[in-house]
Design a protein around this ligand. Structure first.
Ligand SMILES: NC(=O)C1=CN([C@@H]2O[C@H](COP(=O)(O)OP(=O)(O)OC[C@H]3O[C@@H](n4cnc5c(N)ncnc54)[C@H](OP(=O)(O)O)[C@@H]3O)[C@@H](O)[C@H]2O)C=CC1
Ligand SMILES: CC(C)(CO)C(=O)C(=O)O
Length: 285
């Protein structure tokens, strides 16, 4: 059995795809969400996969011994981790953005944990999961290739790749995600115009993120990172931007705060990151 913990935009899309492919899948959510999914199913509208409602079983507790796909936001990790540990899962595949969650998961005493990355543009709009952009790519560390969850995701239509060590997989995503998430949230613009809004801040953020990524083991030239950002579809919005726009809980600390802490640890000056993260923190107060 595969358990999707956090059946929101990302987890809901994957749970619906796994269910449609005939996998034995269950969604684990907080009571109100679990009740809604049990009653109404997961409604998906996807450019790539079509429109359908998946009647995925939903509950509030992780079934013992299942394989877990972890897709909560970083701020919910402390809430869900004890329930996952207690269920003694046979494997956990985490899809959170950033790197901070990896430390917590590996310290939790779980048997088989792999932190992967997902490239997808998904959002919850009213009660539906909307998947835009036509791509859904999960990159797993080499050591996790062939595992029950990556294999099931591939059978369900997800593009599954391997990407080296876990640190490489996480940093390859985080290094382009961080400027994308921070600049789209700071400007509340899609990535195309967000990159142009204040070229000095954009250049500073890119340079500082590249320096931190390099210090963390992923050699990355700022020019290469900027070129990768310019290749993104100009209309792309980030999940952090959606959360910041909505107000309330967001992954600002897990994505931006974590970068500032790592920059300080490596003695890397980060004035542009400080400005952007500081402004976003200010909007929370
Ligand atoms: N959205 C995207 O396009 C992408 C997102 N990501 C990353 O994937 C991860 C998930 O993001 P996303 O799917 O957008 O997030 P969502 O907010 O859409 O979904 C998060 C899910 O976690 C559940 N949850 C929240 N708090 C708790 C809690 N305390 N206990 C149990 N469950 C909880 C939510 O439940 P409830 O329904 O009750 O709120 C929801 O089902 C993040 O790390 C994000 O950065 C990565 C790539 C793209
Ligand atoms: C930027 C994007 C859509 C890329 O997959 C993402 O990871 C996010 O919004 O969290």
């Amino acid at each position: 059995m595969i358990t999707v913990v956090g059946p929101g935009a990302v987890g809901g899309l994957l749970a619906a795809l796994l269910h449609r492919a005939g996998e034995d899948v269950v969604a684990v959510a907080r009571p109100a969400t679990a009740q809604r999914i049990a009653a109404e199913g997961l409604q998906v509208r996807s450019d790539a996969f079509g429109t359908w409602t998946a009647h995925v079983p939903a509950t509030t507790a992780v079934p013992a011994g299942s394989a877990v796909v972890l897709a909560v936001k970083a701020y919910a990790l402390d809430d869900v981790l004890p329930g996952i540990v207690a269920a003694r899962p046979r494997a956990v595949l985490a899809l959170l953005n950033g790197t901070a969650h990896a430390r917590a998961l590996h310290a939790a005493g779980l048997e088989d944990v792999a932190c992967a990355s997902i490239q997808v543009e998904a959002a919850r709009e009213q009660e539906a999961i909307v998947h835009r952009g036509g791509y859904c790519i999960v990159t797993v560390p080499d050591a996790a290739a062939g595992g029950a969850v990556p294999e099931a995701l591939a059978r369900a239509g997800v593009t599954v790749r391997t990407g080296g060590s876990e640190n490489e997989v996480l940093w390859r995503k985080y290094s382009f995600l961080a400027p994308t998430a921070l600049l789209t949230s700071w400007t509340d613009l899609p990535i195309g115009p967000a990159l142009e809004r204040d070229p000095a801040v954009t250049a500073g953020v890119v340079e500082e993120v590249a320096a931190v990524a390099t210090a963390e083991g992923l050699t990355l030239e700022p020019e290469r990172l900027m070129a990768a950002l310019r290749k993104l579809p100009g209309t792309l919005e980030s999940s952090l931007q959606h959360d910041v726009r909505r107000g309330g809980a967001s992954e600002l600390e897990a994505l931006g705060g974590n970068l500032l802490a790592l920059a300080a640890e490596h003695a890397i000056p980060a004035p542009s990151l400080e400005r952007v993260v500081g402004d976003l923190r200010g909007r929370h107060d």
